[in-house]
Every structure is written in C-alpha cells, then in structure tokens.
Design a protein around this ligand. Structure first.
Ligand code: UTP
Length: 286
C-alpha cells in the first residue's frame, strides 16, 4: 500500500534558536526520544519500509541517530545494560531503508518534498512533519491510510483551530463530507482569520500521489520566498479529487515553544518511570 514516507528535516528551526543552532530542531527530545524518532516510528508502524529524509549537510546527527553504533552497544552489553540496546536500535528499524537527500537551500516545505521525487518515483507516499507530534490509539497516518484505501486519492490530516491561530496554517474549504472523509473544495496557505474558508487547518501528515511533483515544479515562491506544499496541493485540486480527515487524537505543535513544553509535560505524566515525581513537582510549583 503506502510503503514510502518523506520526512523533511532541513528547516532552520528559527523558533528554537539558539538550541537549534548546532542541534537540529528535529533532534530535540520529548523526554528521552528525539522528535524525529516519534515520526519514524509512526511511519514504520503504518507499514512504511522506506524513509526519505530531506535534510541539510549541517544535520549529521539525524543520520547518526538512525545508524547502528556498535561501540556503544558493546559497552552496554559489557556493563549489563542490555535493555538499553533495544532502545538504541529498535528492532523495528531493521527492515527500514533510510535515504538522506540534501535540500541545499531552505526554500520551504514544498521545495523540500520535491527533492524526494527520484526516490518516490511513481508511488503514492506519506509526508510526516516531525515537529507535529501526534498521540492517538490509531495513529494519524493510519487514519489517513483508511481514507486513502477507500478513495485512492490524496488525503490530508486536518484539525480544528481557533480563529486567533488560523493564520499560521494551511486551511481547507470543506466540500461534501462522508463517513470521516471530507472532499476538499479549496485550500489556502495562512489566510487571515476573516478570509479563512473554515476552521479546519492542515496538520503535519499527508498522503500524496506522485502527480504532486509536477505541481510542485510549477509552484512559484510566495512573499517569503518559500515554495508552499499547500499551493501545489491547490493546483493539483484542479486535476484530481483530494480529501481531508479530521484527526482523532492529541496533537502537539512541537515547532513552537509552548507546544514543545506541553508535549514534554503531557508525556512525562504518562511515563510510569517518572510520572509520580513529575506530578509532585508540578503540584509544588503550582
Ligand atoms: P517548519 O516551518 O515548522 O520548520 O517546517 P522550520 O522552518 O525549520 O522552523 P521555523 O519556522 O524556522 O522555526 C516543518 C518541517 O519542514 C521542514 C522542517 O525541518 C520541519 O521539520 N522544512 C521546512 C524543510 O525540510 N525545508 C524547508 O525549507 C522548510
């Protein structure tokens, strides 16, 4: 079904400077796992076996993170910490092929996705933005795959956003709705609250057909010099039906400081090894 996923990680992460100066934003941990690993695991759990990172030459640590580290494993073995080895290289990575493609200029998300064209070929594929962390019983990607199986069309995850924040997102104009799927009539990038066609904002999971590449190539940069994926999707809409589904679960926007801290507290409170202590700390502070 969907076997390939693109994970763009080449952005500057300016909202997290200076932390993101030498450490990629996508490598910042929520408790003890980097953000990018949450996205990789979500993809693999949905049946993806090829992951294409769109990265930059600066971001060596992402490649290092997904590579086996024999010396460290040996050391853990010799010090009776075998249980940590599975944490270092989870078995689920063993059947996954990782590609690293450089985006030499950070010209936006659409430009990043376009770099994956040669590896994607003629396949439908997933896109996961690692700074959006999704926690749900059925993963966000699995929710999209359900709609894709039924419609054989591009599917985008959306969630409802209040009008004070809608200008930060791509927003859909919903058409006909049917058992969880919403036909997209139009989509606009970062509308003002007055111009927003709905309160349904695109969140960081997509399933796209390879036709998107043609539209990405035709898409012009916006005012900020970025090629927006939303604009290419808007152009593709003229040729084929595209659907959205309202994501059912929790979402943390870890690209913003408040979302990152929210995710950290929320996941700490459900981590049995630390939650009692964290709860006490929070109670003491409050
Ligand atoms: P964001 O816009 O949230 O990330 O892109 P950013 O640009 O790195 O962060 P700020 O706004 O400056 O703080 C969402 C995802 O797309 C990737 C980012 O790395 C992030 O994972 N991205 C963005 C690229 O790979 N290339 C780009 O040109 C832009």
């Amino acid at each position: 079904m969907i076997k390939k996923a693109v994970i763009p990680v080449a952005g500057f992460g300016t909202r997290f400077l200076p932390a993101s100066k030498a450490t990629p934003k996508e490598m910042l941990p929520i408790i003890d796992k980097p953000l990018v690993q949450y996205a990789v695991e979500e993809a693999i759990d949905s049946g993806i076996n090829e992951i294409i990172f769109i990265t930059s030459p600066e971001k060596h640590s992402i490649k290092k993170h997904f590579k086996t580290n024999k010396d460290l494993e040996l050391r853990l073995q010799n010090t009776n910490k075998e249980e940590m080895i599975e944490k270092l290289n989870p078995k689920k990575f063993s059947k996954t092929k990782f590609y690293y493609i450089n985006q030499y200029e950070q010209n936006g998300l659409g430009h990043a996705v376009l770099q994956a064209e040669s590896v994607i070929g003629n396949n439908s594929f997933a896109v996961l933005l690692p700074d959006d962390l999704f926690i749900s019983k059925k993963s966000c990607l699995d929710q999209l795959i359900d709609i894709f199986v039924e419609k054989k069309s591009c599917v985008i995850a959306v969630n409802k956003i209040d009008e004070n924040n809608i200008h930060k997102y791509g927003v859909i104009k919903p058409g006909q709705q049917n058992q969880g799927s919403i036909k997209i009539d139009d989509i606009v990038e970062k509308p003002t609250a007055e111009d927003a066609p709905s309160d349904m904002a695109v969140c960081g999971r997509y399933i796209l057909n390879p036709a998107i590449f043609k539209h990405l190539k035709l898409t012009k940069s916006d005012k900020s010099g970025e090629i927006q994926l939303t604009d290419a999707i808007r152009s593709l809409l003229k040729e084929e039906g595209i659907y959205a589904t309202i994501y059912n679960g929790e979402k943390f926007d870890c690209g913003s400081k408040e979302g990152y801290v929210h995710a950290t507290i929320s996941l700490a409170l459900r981590d049995e090894s630390i939650n009692k202590k964290i709860k006490k700390i929070i109670q003491d502070i409050v």
